[in-house]
Write a protein that binds this ligand. Structure first.
Ligand code: GDP
Ligand code: MG
Length: 168
């Protein structure tokens, strides 16, 4: 029986791989076709952490990142947050702090993690490794390199967030 359910929001600029990450984690699939997210509020997956069954509800944005139209309803009640950027998108890296502020303005301090996605494209990186590490240090957040495409570190991100949430 699941007694713990956690609402996780995944935020960051458009095209960094948020929808792909949620699909990968909850459905085990990756698709190369860029599809704007429509309709679905969240996907879920159940995991066991510290002998507890936990249900993670991963909320996706409706592809409105660019228009700043993400509603309060999306953040409401969130208990954990993935701040995502892409290693091949400089703007997405520079937007991380403002995403953090936006989330905290609605829900206060919750468990967060910074994720640099598309690490499979590291050859085309436009962010230096130490820049990402410095940002994580400054914001005092754990930092993960992921490839949703190659399924690298995706499970680890959500496991960490869950453990961090349960610690509180
Ligand atoms: P969102 O706008 O943040 O939801 O981004 P999407 O999930 O729609 O992904 C945008 C594009 O990046 C899609 O074409 C994905 O297939 C691609 N993508 C997502 N994750 C990765 C990754 O880890 N590596 C590579 N090479 N492409 C990715
Ligand atoms: Mg999306």
């Amino acid at each position: 029986e699941v007694e713990i359910a956690i609402k996780v929001v995944v935020v960051g600029n458009g095209a960094v791989g948020k929808s792909s990450m949620i699909q990968r984690y909850c459905k085990g699939i990756f698709t190369k076709d860029y599809k704007k997210t429509i309709g679905v509020d969240f996907l879920e997956r159940q995991i066991e952490v510290n002998n507890e069954e936990v249900r993670l509800m991963l909320w996706d944005t409706a592809g409105q990142e660019e228009f700043d139209a993400i509603t309060k309803a999306y953040y409401r009640g969130a208990q954990a947050c993935v701040l995502a950027f892409s290693v091949v998108d400089r703007d997405s890296f520079e937007a991380i702090e403002s995403w953090k502020r936006k989330v905290e303005a609605e829900v206060g301090e919750i468990s967060m993690v910074i994720v640099q996605n598309k690490i499979d494209m590291i050859d085309e990186a436009c962010i230096q490794p130490e820049e990402a590490e410095n940002l994580a240090k400054k914001l005092r957040l754990r930092f993960y390199n992921t490839s949703v495409k190659e399924n690298i570190n995706v499970d680890e991100v959500f496991r960490y967030l869950t453990e961090k949430y349960l610690e509180k």
